[in-house]
Write a protein that binds this ligand. Structure first.
Ligand SMILES: Nc1nc2c(c(CN[C@H]3C=C[C@H](O)[C@@H]3O)cn2[C@@H]2O[C@H](COP(=O)(O)O)[C@@H](O)[C@H]2O)c(=O)[nH]1
Length: 373
């Protein structure tokens, strides 16, 4: 059949395919949810309680409605950048650089010191701990003229030293921020990769993802070892992908820019919950996930769960799967409502932090020291 007889739409699709551009059916996937379900199906130390998940879905949805919980809630936090805010360069690329730096280092803030002695950052007249100590320290460094969000600085071994990082993350107690050397290694690697592949700017990485959250998560896992949060599980051929910091980076961009500009992702709903040490804690306290007696004892006794161990993998994966079931139940109970794993996750994180602040922390979180979360 000659060209002038061929179906023009078919020709266009063929041309697009031949030019290597993505066609709709080639939309990228991260594989995280499928991996979480695989581990859940093979878990013997962590179980989900369906009745509790149903109840949690109703409670979470009602509270999210009451608080009008949305991506804008993220930017409302006093330390978070918002798209319009003056942040170093004062332009949107500066906010991207801030969020990228923040989620490059967004891991392992937990301490077993009593509250007054745990690592804390003083900033704007307040004492910040945990994740907020990271955000406060980054802002304080920028205020003090340290270009902590600049990838050229990260590569400069004369300027960006471990001592400078100690200064950036200095504590108002005598406990230092955990894993400082690992944090420096993350900055060095990210600086090198951004230089080699993205003309030194994280904004170019977002452009490369072409509006896909899953593509951006996959690019981060492909190009940066320090984002490649995947681990072998019980003889399975392919590693299990959690990609927690890669996913929360995309989610934080989406929230910071409220779904527009550098935060515009057509497939944001593909992100899963971010498997850290806080979400399992609140899901357990709500009765949604439960532990075998030996695992429960280990958590209650605050014993170290090695990164990549079966217990730790089951905890992280079952928490991801639990939030997915809660998400599906919220949609079943409220057809057409706008909810995704990211908003449920952010809401649960903020809730567990409120519980901690008001002394309602009912069960301990698990203790794993790693750069992954
Ligand atoms: N799953 C999940 N994990 C989250 C966050 C956040 C902060 N997100 C902000 C953005 C939107 C929300 O409204 C939050 O305001 C930090 N983390 C993780 O928790 C740990 C820190 O705990 P703690 O030491 O107690 O501060 C550490 O692994 C950190 O990576 C989240 O949202 N979801």
């Amino acid at each position: 059949m000659s060209d002038d007889e061929a179906d023009p739409e078919l020709l266009a699709l063929l041309r697009q395919h031949l030019q290597g551009r993505r066609t709709p059916h080639q939309e990228p996937e991260t594989g995280v949810l499928e991996d979480a379900e695989h581990v859940y199906d093979n878990s013997i130390d962590v179980a989900l309680n369906m009745r509790a998940c149903k109840n949690a879905a109703a409670v979470i949805h009602a509270q999210m409605q009451r608080r009008a919980y949305s991506p804008a809630t993220w930017a409302a936090h006093e330390l978070h950048p918002s798209r319009a805010e003056e942040l170093g360069g004062g332009d949107e690329a500066a906010a991207v650089a801030f969020v990228f730096t923040m989620d490059l280092l967004n891991f392992s803030f937990w301490s077993d010191r009593p509250e007054p002695e745990r690592f804390a950052v003083e900033y704007r007249g307040k004492r910040w701990t945990g994740y907020w100590s990271l955000v406060a320290a980054l802002r304080r460094a920028l205020d003090e003229g340290i270009p902590i969000t600049d990838s050229h600085f990260w590569q400069d071994e004369e300027e960006c030293t471990l001592d400078v990082l100690r200064q950036v993350f200095r504590s108002c107690t005598d406990e230092e921020m955990p894993l400082l050397a690992e944090r420096l290694a993350c900055l060095r690697e990210a600086g090198r990769v951004l230089y080699e592949r993205y003309e030194c700017h994280a904004a170019n990485l977002i452009d490369e993802a072409d509006g896909s959250a899953a593509a951006l998560v996959n690019l981060l896992a492909r190009d940066f070892k320090c984002f490649r949060d995947e681990h072998a599980f019980e003889g399975r051929r392919k590693p299990i992908r959690f990609l927690k910091r890669a996913q929360i980076l995309v989610a934080d961009l989406w929230a910071c820019f409220e779904g527009e500009g550098y935060g515009a992702f057509r497939d944001i709903d593909k992100l899963t919950m971010f498997a850290d040490y806080r979400l399992p804690q609140i899901l357990n306290s709500m009765g949604c996930i439960s532990y075998s007696p030996p695992l429960n004892t280990a958590i209650q006794m605050k014993r170290d769960l090695p990164s990549g161990s079966s217990w730790e993998m089951q905890l992280r994966a079952c928490s991801i799967w639990c939030v997915e079931l809660i998400r599906r139940e919220i949609l079943r109970q409220n057809p057409g409502c706008q909810v995704n794993a990211t908003l449920i996750d952010f809401f649960l994180y903020d809730t567990v932090k409120e519980m901690e602040a008001t002394g309602q922390e009912v069960v301990p979180h698990h203790r794993t020291r790693s750069i992954w979360y």
